[in-house]
Design a protein around this ligand. Sequence first.
Ligand SMILES: NC(=O)c1ccc[n+]([C@@H]2O[C@H](COP(=O)([O-])OP(=O)(O)OC[C@H]3O[C@@H](n4cnc5c(N)ncnc54)[C@H](OP(=O)(O)O)[C@@H]3O)[C@@H](O)[C@H]2O)c1
Length: 307
Amino acid sequence: MIFITGSTGQLGQELSRLLNDSIYTYRTFALSEWDITDLHRSQEILDIQPDILINASAYTAVDRSEEEREIAREVNSAAVGALAEECKKRNIRFIHISTDFVFTLNPIVEDGHLRYWKTNSPTRTLGAYAETKKQGEEFIQSVFGDSPNYHIIRTSWLYSSFGMNFPRTILRLLKDPSRKELKVIEDQIGRPTWAFRLAEFLLNLIASIHKKDGNLKPIYHFSNSGIASWYDFAVAVQEIGLKKGILKEKKLILPIPTEAYPTPAVRPRFSVMDLSESYELMEKIPHWREDLELCLGDPKTILGWNV
Ligand SMILES: NC(=O)c1ccc[n+]([C@@H]2O[C@H](COP(=O)([O-])OP(=O)(O)OC[C@H]3O[C@@H](n4cnc5c(N)ncnc54)[C@H](OP(=O)(O)O)[C@@H]3O)[C@@H](O)[C@H]2O)c1
């Protein structure tokens, strides 16, 4: 049996709908049913003895984390360490989701090219959210040590047809009649990721766990393939939005540097992660634009794209 925390989040919802059509038995828990900072509740639920726990919950408000550092630390670090300990005690496989924001060193240049972050690249964070996520990873690693009973999946620029995310914000701004143009950052580069595809990757990982594949890694990087700036991502949202009839009118989107849009949290300029090990679990990882088209055409969207 698989247990999932944070079931109302983007990843939580995509996991639920995939697992619903799968061979696996699972239970999902919303924050109201299982607050992972409540140790007693975690122990009570893990005593049911699932085989696998997927922690899809997190404090994900990147900018707000700067002010609410303590809450972010409780959810993303302390509670994650506690879950790891409780899973280890009960021999439950722990799958945890982390972020590309653990890489905020200046990118490494090799042969004139920016090097993609590998799973063993050194991490260094600047913002509070990133720091708490990094600490969560470290707690898991120190609890499990050399035991192969955990996986940390780092992902990036997650979006879905559920919840608030970048494509939804861009659609809302483009629909706002009072706006003639939109300015979007062009010097932060990463990999957009459709949460559905991440959920699919996690199911592939679970299938390999059940097959007792001995080659599984403790850390994976999973995102869509291809790279983009936020500006590229916004332009694609507009193009696809127009094609799918979500938008009626084309607006000017202007590229701007990070300095022109200051935010409380400092974000990495180049957080493209190397995906080579993830190809061992998913033969074809679609290009981000291909999945953006699928997501914006998703008939099962809960909120609808009428943002
Ligand atoms: N979003 C991104 O761009 C991004 C990028 C890289 C990595 N990630 C990582 O990917 C994972 C999934 O992200 P997501 O976008 O699906 O997140 P999300 O949509 O913000 O969902 C997070 C979920 O966690 C729940 N939650 C918050 N505090 C909790 C607590 N104390 N106990 C139990 N549940 C709690 C939230 O409940 P409520 O909604 O009721 O508050 C929500 O259901 C996270 O680990 C995140 O750090 C996300």
